[in-house]
Design a protein around this ligand. Structure first.
Ligand SMILES: *Cc1c(COP(=O)(O)O)cnc(C)c1O
Ligand code: SF4
Length: 349
């Protein structure tokens, strides 16, 4: 079984009906659905949460005025080719643009795909020189595309190159491979990223509890056994994981797969993705519900990437407010704190 890459292949699988407008949606971003993800799709469910992530829909042809080609301002912060430098102490390094699957809501929708070029050897050398010349860079975040799509030997060379830069303390890799194509997590790949001098961390992108099947859990286990701490990144998506039960199951499934939930991303203003967006008020309501019922280990931070390249900020909910009561004995700086069960208490500011 091969990765499905064309509209015709999706039609043959019965995942889409022949519909001319779908061609426009398909043209705006590459298609890829791995056999693992295909196997998880429930054909009887027209709104299947796995299919919805990867199968193009005509809703993608609807572009809202507030949607942006570069929603998080990567271009504004591009330093040299392949590097995005937004925070003083850390950079993104994007060695390639291919991914094992293409997520229809991707925040780099207009950049990723098989047509997108990888960095040449010279460009990669220039990116490493940029990092080497800046002692303030403490963390390098490999992203793309998906860095675990690199041949293990090339990846090992890149990581060894970064490891040789003394001021780089952390090499973080962001990937969807362990979940969507776990057979790629071979001993060779694990060896390429296992700890050397600099500490490796791996962020895995996972949006639905059903994605954590035994093969994916085993791939994550191989990485964790090699000493690589694992973090979870989830995009909050309408119709996929925007209920308390789904998020509860997802966060628990991550923690039992030895992955610490790190961020729950508010969906970015990507062109043609309005059908995936949830309001911030709804996101806060979901987070509030999780706080009351899930272990602290399983709590992600809900973040927004501020459009224009201004970075990520936590967007609540907050549990503190100024004291608005009319009690004459209230102290001037008194606060109200809301507990996880919805009750409010006074606290001296
Ligand atoms: C998301 C991001 C980071 C990493 O942010 P953390 O909050 O450290 O996870 C770094 N640089 C850029 C440009 C980013 O978009
Ligand atoms: S794997 Fe990540 S970078 Fe690739 S399409 Fe999905 S969200 Fe985008």
């Amino acid at each position: 079984m091969q990765t499905l890459r064309t509209l015709e292949a999706l039609e043959r699988e019965g995942l889409v009906a022949a519909e001319p407008r779908l061609a426009d949606a398909a043209q705006s971003m590459a298609i890829a659905i791995t056999p693992e993800m295909l196997g998880l799709i429930d054909r009887a469910d027209a709104d299947d949460p796995i299919a919805r992530q990867f199968v193009p829909s005509i809703a993608e042809t609807e572009i809202a005025p507030e949607e942006l080609a570069d929603p998080i301002g990567d271009e504004a912060r591009a330093a040299v080719k392949g590097i995005v430098h937004r925070y003083p102490d850390r950079v993104l390094l994007k060695p390639l643009h291919v991914c094992p699957v293409y997520c229809r809501f991707c925040f780099r929708r207009e950049k990723v795909g098989p047509g997108g070029e990888a960095l040449s050897a010279d460009e990669l050398a220039a990116a490493l020189a940029y990092i080497r010349d800046r002692p303030e860079i403490w963390e390098v975040i490999l992203t793309g595309g998906d860095p675990l799509m690199m041949a293990p030997r090339r990846l090992a060379d890149l990581i060894a190159g970064l490891d040789a830069i003394g001021h780089v303390g952390v090499i973080r890799i962001h990937s969807r491979v362990p979940i969507v194509d776990p057979s790629r997590v071979t001993p060779e790949l694990v060896t390429a990223i296992k700890p050397r001098r600099a500490a490796p961390w791996l962020g895995v992108h996972c949006n639905h509890p059903r994605e954590l099947q035994p093969a994916a859990r085993m791939a994550l286990g191989r990485l964790a056994d090699a000493g690589i701490p694992l973090l979870g990144q989830t995009v909050l998506l309408a119709g996929i994981n925007d209920t308390v039960d789904t998020l509860d199951q997802l966060m628990r499934a991550l923690v039992t797969a030895r992955v610490k939930p790190y961020y729950l991303h508010h969906p970015d203003l990507v062109r043609g993705t309005g059908h995936f967006r949830v309001s911030i008020a709804r996101g806060q309501e979901l987070m509030r519900a999780l706080r009351g019922r899930l272990s602290g280990l399983a709590q992600p931070t809900y973040v927004l990437d501020v459009p224009g390249g201004h970075g990520k900020v936590p967007i609540g909910p907050g549990y503190l407010a100024g004291y608005l009561g009319d009690d004459p004995d209230a102290l001037p700086d008194e606060l109200r704190v809301r507990d996880a069960f919805g009750q409010t208490h006074r606290y001296p500011g």
